[in-house]
Design a protein around this ligand. Structure first.
Ligand code: GTP
Ligand code: SPV
Ligand code: MN
Length: 587
């Protein structure tokens, strides 16, 4: 398949370690993938869904203990603990290799090892990077074939040892021996004892964020947990926005937003470039350009409906793999909470249990059930999706789930203040990661689980990127919160398509056309600047949405201080300065 000595030597080593009975190269052909689908159905690994209603669609169920990313079992193994920083789990590389080698040893006896050469980013783009994932799971192969560009065309492009080595062994998904490990200096990822997406589709969070953020720091670019969308105005001009929200906080939804009726009628449109990850570089013209390194969407199913996210739902109507959703036994279609108000009576709950969905009081689909859909299925996929040069970014938006503190939207005063706004992000935890849900935690730039090196140095890298751009060319930075609640715990903002109203203020600000007022935390929309046409929202509600409670913010500042203290001297002085400014503004 290849003459590349680095690839072949590594393969020999991994084969000797895992001892598979067979080895299969994934060539990227539809014939091979179809044969693998058939095989996985024959063995029961996947279930074929209704091929008339959902052509090319399959279902897969993971073990009950294996339904989300496991952050406490995810490691960054740099030579020293300081390089990984206080936020990441760390173990000395030698120690970790020894532990892992014991776990992988003979792990593929009686099984097949699949070799998946894949490209993150359009094949051959100067932004793109190549990886090879070895796995003993057909489910992983079929997902990687949707989420990335795979096969011979990628293998041919590997230059020397310039590829990320990824090894996944499913083993018996024992949670006590589950490890998701990164060796940034060795360009290596090792995952064992899981079969859940974020833990095993190693091109995604492991490579495109953890390893790539490390490479970006070395090479002067950025790998971020961001969606990318293009917003087209009635004149046909498209401006691009990149937005970082933590897991299950609305990236896929915003990326595929359908504008409210009155804006649609005027001719506004949204185009999706990416829904989860952005790689950003400064272009020859001094602006920041972004590509989406992925080729598909690994999206949250619950809450996805025709009403909330029509485009995502459409994307899942063919050639999609559903994981841990419920099945309607009568017609072999899929169901999840929030799809409609009509759960199937004759239902297979996500765990495989047969239930009557109408009388069942537990979620039928796992809260972190997902669809893996090809990006090209999306009705609003951007014409720039495959552009090897990426799209120029006008605005960067940070956001999270916060019931109180953060207002609907505010703008940072400049790049450095924007970096501080990102660095002080906090959000309620969700089902995307194992552990408690709904607990507020600090999640800088939505990258807490995904930075492949010391977070303090990551802040420094953001500041340095800003220094390389002229102020008039750098994206403007904003913060949004779609999840603010009133005292009764109800969302104050309608969200979803109506978030377009906030995006319009953001782009108007970028163009210098919209009003803002100073506040202790940054620039807020002036009265009337957020268009509420056709919206049943009172002036009072809007006021509450945009209010900044100084006491609540002072509490947050105390928490920020504690958080930053753990970085010691490594924390950039600029972040400390910004924190002092915020505190003084609030006094
Ligand atoms: P990951 O794939 O885990 O990175 O998640 P994501 O950031 O892409 O989140 P996604 O768009 O899938 O949304 C997660 C959940 O938030 C879904 O249940 C949505 O229905 C809900 N959600 C998304 N946008 C909004 C919004 O504007 N308002 C409210 N209230 N809920 C939203
Ligand atoms: C997330 O958790 O942010 C996801 C899903 O996008 S996973 O691939 O599991 O990381
Ligand atoms: Mn994500």
């Amino acid at each position: 398949m290849t003459e590349n000595k680095f690839v072949l030597n590594w393969l020999e080593e991994m084969k000797a370690l895992c001892q598979p009975d067979n080895v299969v190269w994934i060539d990227g052909s539809e014939e091979q993938l179809e044969a693998l689908r058939a095989e996985s159905v024959a063995t029961g690994e996947m279930i074929k869904l209704n091929q008339e209603k959902l052509p090319g669609c399959y279902f897969h169920r993971t073990a009950v203990n294996d339904v989300a990313r496991v952050e406490d079992r995810t490691f960054i193994c740099t030579p020293t603990k300081e390089e990984a920083g206080p936020i990441n789990n760390w173990m000395a590389p030698d120690e970790m290799y020894a532990k892992l080698n014991a776990l992988y040893s003979g792990s593929m006896k009686g099984r097949t090892m699949y070799i998946i050469p894949y490209s993150m980013g359009p094949v051959g783009s100067p932004f793109s990077k190549i990886g090879i994932e070895l796995t003993d799971s057909i489910y992983v192969v079929l997902n990687m074939a949707i989420m990335t560009r795979v096969g011979n065309k990628v293998l041919e492009l590997i230059d020397g040892d310039d590829f990320t080595k990824c090894l996944h062994a499913k083993k018996d998904v024992n949670p006590d021996e589950r490890y998701i490990v990164h060796f940034p200096q060795d360009n290596t990822i090792m995952s064992v004892n899981s079969a859940y997406g974020g833990n095993v589709l190693l091109g995604k969070k492991c490579f495109a964020l953890r390893i790539a953020s490390y490479l970006g720091k070395q090479e002067g670019w950025m790998a971020e947990h961001m969606l990318i969308l293009g917003l087209e105005n009635p004149q046909g001009e498209v401006k691009y926005i990149a937005a970082a929200f933590p897991s299950a906080c609305g990236k896929t939804n915003l990326a595929m937003l359908i504008p409210p009726e009155y804006l649609k009628e005027k001719g506004y449109k949204v185009w999706t470039v990416g829904d989860d990850i952005a790689w950003l570089r400064i272009g020859a013209d001094g602006r920041l350009y972004a590509i989406n390194p992925e080729a598909g969407f690994f999206g949250v199913a619950p809450g996805t409906s025709e009403k909330t996210n029509f485009n995502a739902l459409e994307s899942t109507k063919k050639n999609t793999i559903f994981t841990n959703v419920a099945i309607n036994n009568d017609d072999m279609t899929v169901w999840w909470e929030g799809l409609d108000k009509n759960p199937p009576e004759n239902c297979t709950e996500w765990t495989g249990k047969q239930v009557n969905g109408k009388t069942y009081d537990q979620p039928l689909a796992n809260p972190n059930s997902r669809f893996t859909a090809p990006a090209i299925n999306c009705p609003c996929i951007s014409s720039e999706f495959e552009n090897p040069q990426g799209v120029p970014i006008s605005a960067i938006v940070f956001g999270g789930r916060r019931a109180k503190t953060a207002p609907l939207v505010y703008q940072a005063r400049d790049w450095n203040h924007g970096v501080f706004v990102g660095a002080t992000m906090a959000s309620e935890t969700t089902a995307a990661a194992a552990g408690a849900v709904g607990v507020v935690r600090r999640d800088p730039m939505a990258m807490k689980p995904f930075v492949g090196y010391n977070m303090a140095d990551y802040f420094g890298h953001w500041l340095e990127m800003g220094e390389k751009m002229d102020a008039d060319k750098a994206p403007k930075i904003f913060h949004v919160n779609w999840f603010r609640k009133d005292d009764d715990g109800k969302f104050l903002w309608p969200g979803f398509g109506d978030n377009m109203r906030v995006l319009l203020w953001i782009l108007d600000r970028c163009a210098g056309n919209a009003g803002a007022v100073e506040s202790p935390i940054g620039l807020l929309p002036e009265d009337g600047a957020i268009d509420t046409t056709d919206l049943s929202i009172s002036a009072e509600q809007l006021k509450e949405l945009l209010s900044v409670d100084k006491d609540v913010w002072m509490e947050d500042v105390e928490n920020q201080k504690e958080y930053f203290a753990q970085f010691g001297d490594r924390l950039p002085a600029e972040i400390k300065k910004q924190l002092e400014t915020l505190e003084n503004n609030l006094k």
